[in-house]
Design a protein around this ligand. Structure first.
Ligand code: JB2
Length: 206
């Protein structure tokens, strides 16, 4: 059994705790948070303090860290927290809810969260520190870059390429063979029929 520290104690953290507990590989899970006071609890897990205690936690045998600050639109804070935890020598597990259906021919990068009932189909490649949230579908041969968030209920059809630090809002559909760049924001409920350029925001039928 291992010890896990979750960085960020808000809503996304709750989803991750539920899945991490269901994986049944951690005997202790604690949380750091910028605002929630040390000594309180989130879903039974202790708040250890701010990120200043990360170094002490590492010394106490917490080898695994996971970024549980979510990302709506911007991945900047998640990226900074990955850097900080990496410098302190933490390892980043994949946290995959047992209800998710992940092909044994798919690859998943470190630090990535795969939520309840998500599907990742054959030969898909998902990068590091991504969020593939509840019920999202990543179809065969898709490539998803690091720190990208595929939000709740989004469908990415086969052979799409999505870059790094992008955000595809809830309930969107991306048709097959579309290329989406880095740092792209797609608003909730969008339908993406064509390639999207990096560093731009899109919504609706595009
Ligand atoms: O630098 C930080 C830091 N900055 C904010 N370090 C640490 N350790 N924690 C930090 N936080 C904390 O992240 C805040 O104090 C707050 O408790 C938490 C963010 O919680 P919130 O519920 O506002 O958002 P979230 O990031 O957990 O969830 C968002 O993203 C998810 C993917 C929400 O919008 C969810 O609805 C969404 N599912």
């Amino acid at each position: 059994m291992k010890k896990l520290v979750l960085i960020g104690g808000g809503g996304h953290c709750k989803s991750v705790i539920d899945s991490a507990l269901a994986m049944n590989i951690y005997d202790e899970i604690v949380i750091t948070d910028a605002t929630i006071p040390a000594g309180s609890k989130v879903m039974g897990c202790d708040l250890a303090g701010t990120d200043e205690v990360l170094s002490d936690l590492k010394d106490k045998g917490f080898d695994h860290a996971f970024i549980t600050v979510g990302s709506i639109k911007s991945a900047t804070l998640r990226k900074e927290l990955v850097k900080k935890a990496n410098e302190l020598g933490f390892e980043f597990p994949v946290i995959c809810d047992p209800s998710a259906n992940v092909s044994s021919y798919a690859s998943i990068g470190e630090g990535t969260f795969i939520g309840k009932n998500a599907v990742i189909n054959a030969e898909a490649k998902v990068g590091a520190h991504c969020i593939i949230n509840t019920g999202a579908i990543i179809e065969h041969e898709c490539m998803i870059g690091d720190l990208t968030h595929i939000s709740v209920g989004t469908v990415v059809c086969g052979d799409c390429h999505i870059g790094s630090e992008s955000f595809i809002g809830a309930g969107s559909t991306v048709i097959q063979c579309v290329n989406i760049g880095d740092n792209v924001i797609v608003g909730a409920g969008s339908t993406i029929l064509h390639d999207l350029e990096s560093n731009k925001s899109y919504y609706g039928v595009v």
